[in-house]
Design a protein around this ligand. Sequence first.
Ligand SMILES: Nc1nc2c(ncn2[C@@H]2O[C@H](COP(=O)(O)OP(=O)(O)OP(=O)(O)O)[C@@H](O)[C@H]2O)c(=O)[nH]1
Ligand SMILES: [Mg+2]
Length: 418
Amino acid sequence: MLIGRTGIGKSTLANVLNKNDEFEEVFKEYTGGISGTKDTQNVVLKVKSGNKYFKYRIIDTVVFGNNNITVQEMLKRITKVTPFIVEGLHRIFFVIRNRFTENERKAYNLLKESIFDNEIVKYTTIINPWFSDFENETACKEDGHKIMNENQELADFTKSTRIIHVNTLSLKGSSYIVDAHKKARKASRQKLLAHLNNCQGIYHPGNLKTFKEQVWDYLSEEEISLRRELENERKLRIKLEEEERRLRRELEEKEGQKREFEDKERRQRIVLERVERTRKRELEEEEKRLRNELKKKEIQISELEEIRFLGILGSIGGAWFTSVEGVARVKVVSGAVLGAAVGVGLETVITTNKFKAMFFVTKSKYRTLKGILKRKDDELKQRNDELRRLNERYQALIQRMRNELQYHEDHDEIRHGI
Ligand SMILES: Nc1nc2c(ncn2[C@@H]2O[C@H](COP(=O)(O)OP(=O)(O)OP(=O)(O)O)[C@@H](O)[C@H]2O)c(=O)[nH]1
Ligand SMILES: [Mg+2]
């Protein structure tokens, strides 16, 4: 949280902390007598320190002006800040310009008594962003002593706090001036981050609870609704965090289950495919064997067909021969030939039909085998389709969860405040 009087350099300091090396003006900086910060501003900044990124909610507020202010006025201004500090503050930067004025001392004491408590000094750093020799440690120390020794009360206060000197000059003007000022801002940022890294603990202002009751009378309708809104936002954030944790757990569980399922499925598929391959090979061999058998049988049938044809020819010849009268000898011979031919013919017909029957049996066996092979192929295809559909369902589920998590992360990334 940044406090200090108008135009002292709070917003500029906040921009210096921002990760962007261009020092983008996230917080409006004071120009020519016009206060840049009209209202309390709080922004979450990503701050790079070494190789790590930190997120800070920076609360920039105009708690008091250059002149004396009434307690009521001050309370009214602080009211706007309270919703942001209920979860605690990492650090309070009290910004001054080269000396700690009487007015600043009064304002600080007012803050301490109204909203904070005596512990505030342990969590306060005095920042002087107007010190051009800020990289010279001896000069900084001397200036620190000078500020501390200005009055006794201040000396007690500054014993428990640190004074950090930086220089956060304006980035307006010619490019060579801007370049030089950017360098000063960079070095200042390093110094501030090193200090922040050393600051431990979170400060929970002790008077915050009673402060709310004290100040209630001074609130306008608009402020009351703002407070309610922020309170609701806080509750929503807690709910979202819980939801996020739940989703994360669920996601991890689901991903674990998916992995397990995939492993099991892969193992099963390997076994199944191996069995199927062996079975298929056996069936194919059987098919080959039957095919050969069929071919042999076909050849045998055609041979028999030829013999039968000869037998029939012989019978016809015998019949014709016997029909020629007066040739008795020839009759005897032809009778014998006819008998033989009829015998061979009959035998051939019987054998051919037997072979044909065998041929059809083999053929139907072959067809059945083919059917089995096709069914196996279909089953395998069906299983693969099921597996693919299941996988798609899992992917969609996991993607939906990831989206929800992303939504939570985008809507709440605040960890600490300054
Ligand atoms: N901190 C600092 N500011 C300087 C210096 N020289 C010029 N400035 C200018 O002083 C002004 C400080 O303004 P802000 O950072 O907006 O001050 P503020 O405390 O946020 O003011 P309010 O928003 O009115 O409360 C800026 O325009 C700075 O560029 C310097 O050496 N140090
Ligand atoms: Mg400002």
